[in-house]
Design a binder for this molecule. Sequence first.
Ligand SMILES: Cc1cc2nc3c(=O)[nH]c(=O)nc-3n(C[C@H](O)[C@H](O)[C@H](O)COP(=O)(O)OP(=O)(O)OC[C@H]3O[C@@H](n4cnc5c(N)ncnc54)[C@H](O)[C@@H]3O)c2cc1C
Length: 805
Amino acid sequence: MKSHVQVAVIGGGVVGCSVLYHLTKLGCRDVALLERKELTAGSSWHAAGGFHALNSDPGISRLQAYTIKLYREIEAISGQNVGLHFTGGLSVAATRERWDFLRADWARHRVLGLKTELLSPAEVAKICPIMDTSEVLGAVFDPVEGHLDPSGATHAFAKAARLAGAEIYRNSRVIELKPTGRGSWMVVTEEGSLEAEHVVNAAGLWAREVGRMAGVELPLIPMEHHYLITEDIPEIVAAERELPLVLDLDAEIYLRQERKGVLLGVYEKEATPWSLNGTPWEFGPAELLAPQLDRLTDALAKGFHRFPSLNRAGLRRIVNGPFTFSPDGNPLVGPVPGLKNYWSACGVMAGFAQGGGVGLALAQWITAGEPDGDIYAMDLARFGPYATKTYAVARGREFYAKRFQIAYPNEYWPAGRPTKTSALYETLRAKNAVFGVSYGLEIPLYLAPAGQPAVEIPSLRRSNAFGQVAAECAVARNAVGVLDAASFSKYEISGPGAERALDRLLAGRLPALNRIRLTPMLAESGRLMGDLTTLRLGVDHFLVTGSGYLQTWHLRWFSSHLTGPGVTIRNVTDDLGGLAIFGPRSRDLLARVTNSDVSNAALPFMSVREMDVGFAPAIVARLSVTGELGYEIYVPLLELRTVYDNLEAAGRDLGLRDIGMYALNSLRLEKGFGIWTREFSRDYTAAMSGLSRFVAYDKGEFIGRRAALEERDRTPARRLVTLEVDALDADAAGYEPIWVGEELAGFVTSAGYGHTVQKSLAMGYVRSDLARGGTAVEITILGDRRAARVLDVPPVDPSGSRMRQ
Ligand SMILES: Cc1cc2nc3c(=O)[nH]c(=O)nc-3n(C[C@H](O)[C@H](O)[C@H](O)COP(=O)(O)OP(=O)(O)OC[C@H]3O[C@@H](n4cnc5c(N)ncnc54)[C@H](O)[C@@H]3O)c2cc1C
């Protein structure tokens, strides 16, 4: 065994081998993989080997498509047969709702470059003759889906890596990880030790154990999973071509051909977690769990109904094996917050569809400092300390059971809730608020009418929330609304080095004393890393605010980029309660609860003051996410409730009303204000997103300046625009294609109904030459094209006078 390597990858499943291969591919050849037993000795050996590119998250779809393309490459490099069967894959709909969902998905595939087709039931029957299509409405066909030999694929990655210089040590279980104090790790195995500058946890079923070796608890849970393999089926024996891979979403099964029979897998409703507290080291290498066929009866009945010949087929084999799930089913990838040079490549639920993409993203991150593009959907920093072991079990179970359910854009699943609640949670609940969840926190979406159930019905179209949200928007535009802003993150940056460090971190100019600035944050590549708001409370004292769900992500970035002597960073998100008030009467309301002067002269737009609000010491920031006169009020959490009560009492005759996040979304769309994850993400740059107007190119050095300067003098390929859409009863939801004739001209980032202007609105990126007011385009919504126009100014108050009044 070598005594020192640049990167040690722990785990020789498909994911670890893919990470190893990609490191070598990107030029990092001083790497070793440590495997407890034999390669594939975790979940990988018993996988069904299916792969598909389709995923409800576009970022994950992209990585899956990359993974599929990779198989020919590793086969050619390694000479190892991967057993590829490009049979094509069907995602089948048997309900009207599912068919709408699939047609919407199919439209999004145009944006992702996936060459899928919509098939009629007759076309489905032709390529899958064993399916009873009498209840089928149609299917999406993806020609590059199929299945492979899991062991062959894992070994192909490993051989290709070895040919490029990587070492693989089998029968070398890692038993301890010791930080050396120099940023590297001493990796202690049963066969000896080596020092590694970076450690990658790709330990699959044992990822929790390898996490604990470094003191972290990864939110993962293995779940039991069954598939059956049948004896030969006469229709298949007689068929001329191999069956496609089938995801029968309404029957909740997947199926593919295995020899002249089928392999049928089920995600049963009674999901069963395995080994709750840890995976035994003695499990495997080729061990399975006892089959529990009685648990599968309902799921199998649905499958046998759709594939009647299965009723007559004998069973050749039943497999029950465990594999890991994160709380939302997506992988946990990236640098582990709080640890130096410790990386996660865990929680990969579909290793043969995602392993290649995970390996690429992680290898880019290690070698270049950042992945190429937005991979937030699989970044482990999307979770925070609320994601405990118990939470992971509850959510993993739920995800498994709902694996094939429609992912409605307005649905928040119930497991693991409530976890975190604001001080106003019970108050808002008593007022009939409907809650969603963000970073474990219950957030008010809207207030249901009194006396009616506080339930939003999941829908791909406008939901029963519509009328209430319209009323909330009217209040915000005409009177004054109040929003619980507990979901905004707040960081206190202070100390003699704070100004210098923040100035380097942020691409914008820092605000003067008592002022506020919107300040984009860039990566070295010039890609967006954040859209933060900076409030200057003192010469060396700043409050930086952003999206609450990005706390782990922000803090991980701050820990390596907001550095220097004399800088103190404190996450005060959960210490400060927040209320946003907005609307033309919001100043009148504020004036009634404070003795300070809040006139326009004393507290102008984009300024901040510390003052008493009620009895509470408050930070009052005058800014606006809605385009109206507005304020954010931050007070110690324990005083939030009384400040809210003060506002409520003072605001009665001003028309004050509670507002939820849905109204906020509608109001910000009417102003053309982008938000993180949608309009702003690591996929975009300052110039593309329009955030370049907040970049101070001439202020001196800051992270990403060189890339930003290079980009400044070029026209970006795409630009962010706001559009009005001739929609019917459904607004766009995100990632729908934007067409000019038959040409794909761009895609939607977010959309909704503008209740003030009574129009369906969307924001999106279009080719730069089309980013002019009046350009006529079409947007595919739920499979049908709708006329739309690019707007040259936001539909509400284009001059911005209302928020400055
Ligand atoms: C029944 C079943 C069917 C499936 N079907 C499919 C499918 O059709 N398509 C698909 O994409 N996915 C499928 N999967 C999921 C797939 O198997 C997993 O996504 C994939 O195997 C995960 O790979 P991994 O490398 O992350 O983990 P693993 O395969 O678990 O590999 C982890 C490796 O790390 C090693 N290790 C652990 N701890 C240590 C240590 N301390 N020191 C050294 N080595 C260590 C282990 O021995 C093991 O070899 C299926 C899973 C099951 C159970």
